[in-house]
Design a protein around this ligand. Structure first.
Ligand SMILES: [Fe+2]
Length: 280
């Protein structure tokens, strides 16, 4: 397995840059202290809106029979998540999201410093990148854009147990940063929130945003004979480095979202001590 272990939210996974002040892709000039910006719907061009619709239609055609019930029910059954009418206005979605799980979307210019990202999660705010990928990036993009962030992440925020877990993860990540355990906890995020699989109705399905927003990885993760699909285990996932720029070699399969909540509820402090001792 490749040895890349950078937290998925950290600054340095961006390979392309456009902001002259931060060196990051995205416009960080007008952001607030918490890295949030205004989402201006007029900034999206007709070509961008058309690209969004093509991205959405392609992915909607793939998710039946591959996405978990919670994701499918949200995307197909919740009018607030009807993405076939154009790029979503976060303010509109927030009305329904607040009523469902008391989460809110916040618009951000792009990748965030890890402590900023985790502070948002701990306060039930999910950062969503405002910009959309270019046409040349239609099939593949390294940085999270609005399609990845919204299509992949937002539907699951409507499920209460998942929403509660993500807040707890934010608190846990801030604690991990203090304890020097963030690289390990970032792997947990990667193998669950981004690339997690779950068994429902006797079938392995996807709930991770990185899988659900990628046509290639959605099919590969569920249907290829190449990757390993292991029962979810906290310590095994934290011992496993991950790939940022290719499909994963290993996926972890939950028995239920309750398992994710329960298995990550204990104090991780002794787990970090075990992992640290293994590295000594
Ligand atoms: Fe993501």
């Amino acid at each position: 397995m490749d040895s890349v272990a950078t937290p998925p939210t950290a600054f340095d996974i961006s390979g392309k840059t456009s902001d002259p002040n931060t060196g990051l892709r995205g416009n960080y000039a007008a952001m607030a202290a918490d890295f949030t910006v205004q989402q201006h719907m007029s900034d999206y061009s007709d070509a961008g809106q058309a690209r969004w619709l093509r991205l959405v239609e392609r992915q909607l055609a793939l998710i039946p029979g591959r996405a978990c019930d919670e994701f499918l029910n949200a995307v197909l059954g919740n009018p607030a998540l009807d993405m076939r009418h154009g790029i979503p206005n976060f303010a509109d979605v927030n009305v329904a999201l607040k009523a469902a799980t008391n989460w809110q979307l916040v618009a951000v210019p792009g990748l965030l410093p890890d402590d900023v990202f985790f502070t948002h999660l701990a306060n039930r705010r999910f950062p969503v990148t405002v910009w959309l990928r270019e046409e040349s990036e239609f099939d593949y993009i390294v940085e999270p854009d609005i399609f990845h962030d919204f299509f992949g992440h937002v539907p699951m925020l409507f499920t209460p147990i998942y929403a509660d877990h993500l807040e707890a993860y934010g608190h846990g990540a801030l604690k991990a940063k203090r304890l020097g355990g963030l690289d390990w906890l970032a792997r947990l995020y990667w193998y669950t929130i981004e690339f997690g699989l779950i068994r429902e109705h006797g079938k392995v399905l996807a709930y991770g945003a990185g899988v659900l927003s990628s046509p290639k990885e959605l099919i590969y993760a569920l249907e290829s004979d190449i990757p390993a699909r292991l029962p979810f285990d906290v310590m095994t996932s934290m011992r496993s480095a991950f790939l940022i720029d290719d499909v994963q070699t290993t996926y972890f399969v939950l028995d239920s979202l309750q398992q994710l909540r329960d298995d990550t509820a204990p104090d991780f402090t002794p787990l970090y001590e075990v992992l640290r001792a293994e590295m000594a």
